[in-house]
Design a protein around this ligand. Structure first.
Ligand code: GTP
Length: 362
């Protein structure tokens, strides 16, 4: 079966991390986010994946073509200009064939049982099925009301508290029959959520919601959610075959000085050095080729590859992207540093977002 993954968005809410790295390639436990998603799909018999190409898509194409040599085929389809979620699907029509296919929003990680969802879709004779997931605060979302047999009754966008009739939202995962493509105008920007799904309701098409109250689900569209996914995979709250069991994991060639302390759920990549007296407290991930100086402190943070955290400096509740350099005695807290940021000795960065290549001065 085929799956189409929508990765044509710009990822503006994740800036500055997404300026040089597409959202789908953000490192999660030192592997691209999308590698975890793809692994999940392969467990449900999906052998062909079509990516709608978007922002910085070349990086994805080289990663997937190099990392998977057999068993799964990838196609990358260009959009000359953003076509929206339905327009992006229509643009892939020549790749989709004449069987039902999955569609996933490229920023969702979910342990949805796609096999059961497909069974439901077939049993109902549905034209389209949306996976539905519960949320704690329904007012902030678009809710999906269903009949007792699962047929979708209506969508309620950002309801007032008294209008909340369900806690189920669109999980960004669909099964569509090929006939759905006839509902979408070609070469036009069309939203599947706002336009195509409304057409199905108007036409009384067999359009169903498959409720899944037990699976882990997250949309990593914002920095907070990205950090949460990493913490959840580390702690085992989000179980997935691509995450190691909770605990401390050191990559090949990594050296930890005996007086360093590593506590909680921590993944450290390959060829790193953790200096004498350094303290690493999970949930934390350190990428490949990172240097942590003597007495440095890293807590509840994600460091990408090639970072240097000099002696006596600290990183707390932060994301530090590739090849950043923190000088001795500097402190970074509650912040997002994009690639190649330089922080001088003794500087303090609190609750800020720093753009790629910025050289901070005292
Ligand atoms: P923000 O700019 O932060 O809102 O991110 P986004 O545009 O990447 O994400 P949004 O939540 O708006 O989109 C949901 C999913 O649809 C994401 O996986 C996007 O990559 C994808 N998407 C959004 N717009 C397009 C588009 O024009 N074409 C395609 N192919 N995919 C899109």
């Amino acid at each position: 079966m085929k799956a189409l993954i929508l990765v044509g968005g710009l990822g503006t809410r994740l800036r500055p991390l997404t300026i040089n790295t597409p959202k789908a390639m953000l490192p999660v436990l030192n592997r691209p986010f999308m590698a975890h998603v793809v692994e999940n799909l392969t467990q449900h018999g999906i052998t062909e994946i079509i990516f709608t190409r978007g922002h910085l898509a070349g990086q994805m194409e080289s990663y997937f073509n190099e990392s998977y040599s057999s068993g799964i085929e990838f196609a990358f389809v260009d959009e000359a200009q953003p076509l929206g979620t339905a327009g992006g699907i229509k643009n892939c029509q020549s790749y989709l064939g004449n069987e039902a296919f999955f569609v996933l929003n490229g920023d969702v990680y979910a342990n949805i049982d796609l096999t059961s969802m497909l069974r439901f879709h077939k049993e109902k004779g549905a034209l389209a099925t949306i996976a539905l997931t519960p949320v704690a605060n329904p007012s902030a979302f678009g809710l999906v009301e269903t009949e007792t047999d699962g047929r979708i009754r209506r969508f309620v966008e950002k309801p007032l508290p008294e209008e909340v009739t369900t806690d189920m939202i669109n999980a960004g995962c669909y099964i569509l029959e090929p006939e759905v493509l006839e509902f979408i105008k070609p070469a036009t920007n069309v939203s599947i959520e706002k336009e195509t799904f409304q057409l199905f309701l108007k036409d009384k098409q067999p359009f169903f919601g498959w409720s899944d109250r037990t699976s882990y689900w997250i949309d990593i569209g914002s920095c907070d959610k990205y950090i949460q996914l990493v913490a959840d995979m580390l702690s085992g709250r989000c179980t997935c075959s691509t995450a190691p069991p909770p605990g401390v994991h050191l990559g090949e060639g990594t050296v930890v000085e005996p007086s360093a302390r590593i506590e909680g759920h921590v993944v450290i990549g390959r060829h790193c050095r953790i200096g004498a007296g350094a303290e690493i407290t999970g949930p934390a991930v350190i990428g490949d080729n990172c240097l942590t100086g003597d007495g440095a402190v890293i807590s509840a943070s994600i460091l990408w590859d090639g970072c240097q955290v000099a002696g006596g400096s600290s990183v707390l509740d932060s994301v530090v992207a590739e090849k950043c350099c923190l000088s001795p005695g500097s402190r970074v807290s509650g912040s997002i540093l994009a690639d190649g940021v330089y922080v001088p000795s003794g500087a303090f960065l609190g609750n800020c977002r720093i753009w790629p290549g910025t050289i901070i001065t005292n």
